[in-house]
Write a protein that binds this ligand. Structure first.
Ligand code: OAD
Length: 240
């Protein structure tokens, strides 16, 4: 049986499907991933992008952080693609356990997916480091200031988990719980290079583990069904 038919059968038989995803699910919405050939981390920039996206860099070089962030990470105009829409369909069919995402692009919200756990936060939430006041992404990205500031004068920081920062405990607990309960785990569009996100897969108790990723990863051997294709192409074939 070909891989798409196998995937179709697995989805048909499952009722608590958990998707564990990364930046690869949003490349077809025009958002760069991090580690592909043309990913953000391969870019030549004033500082290495991986360093820019760290807590200490944000605190020490806030201006340079925001220059990069506003130029490269503003995806507020991006639209959901076939993947985000397909997951909404699964949710409406009552087959979706959860979407556990490493993405900060909020594309699932745009199709009103309810079951999203954002491990790395979201560009759509921002807060003042001094008084805690919340700000929208639009305000942050359209700010004429080199560093977006609160009414109280404090610096606004995106609620995006930077390197050296902890993930939200409650989100971690919920993500692990959903993976434990899942009857099918589909890992999609992630290089699985980042801890602790990567480690959550070990909590899966189900029999079949599907991985869909354009390139191979160090974790391919964990998959019982491995598909090296674009997620958009996989879903077009699946929906035929
Ligand atoms: P990566 O850029 O590391 O991995 C994305 C993977 O998706 C790559 O292996 C690509 O081959 C694959 N890919 C790209 N387009 C695809 C497509 N259309 N269909 C299928 N696969 C595709 O991104 P992540 O694994 O998400 O952290 O990176 C994890 C974290 O590292 C990110 O959340 C980010 C970064 O540091 C933060 O921003 C906090």
């Amino acid at each position: 049986m070909d891989t798409i038919k196998q995937l179709k059968r697995l989805i048909e038989c499952s009722h608590k499907i958990v998707f564990f995803e990364g930046a690869g699910v949003s490349t077809e919405s025009g958002i760069q991933d991090f580690r592909s050939q043309d990913g953000l981390y391969r870019m030549q920039y004033q500082y290495p992008p991986e360093q820019i996206l760290s807590h200490s860099f944000f605190m020490k070089n806030t201006k340079a952080f925001y220059q990069f962030y506003k130029e490269k990470m503003n995806c507020t105009n991006a639209s959901p693609n076939i993947y985000h829409i397909y997951l909404k369909e699964l949710e409406m069919q009552g087959k979706l356990g959860a979407i556990i995402t490493q993405n900060i692009d909020g594309l699932h919200d745009k199709v009103k997916n309810q079951k999203v756990l954002e491990l790395h936060g979201s560009i759509y939430r921002n807060h003042c480091l001094k008084c805690g006041k919340g700000y929208t992404a639009e305000i942050v990205f359209s700010s004429r200031e080199e560093i977006p500031k609160c009414d109280c004068g404090g610096i606004i920081k995106p609620d995006v988990v930077l390197y050296e920062e902890m993930l939200d405990e409650e989100v971690i607990e919920q993500a692990i719980q959903k993976i434990v309960e899942a009857d099918l785990l589909i890992v999609v569009g992630t290089s699985l290079k980042v801890y602790p996100a990567k480690s959550f897969i070990q909590y899966y108790r189900g029999k079949e583990l599907v991985m869909i990723n354009l390139e191979s990863t160090d974790c391919d051997s964990l998959a019982t069904l491995m598909i090296h294709e674009k997620i958009g192409d996989v879903l077009k074939q699946l929906k035929k």
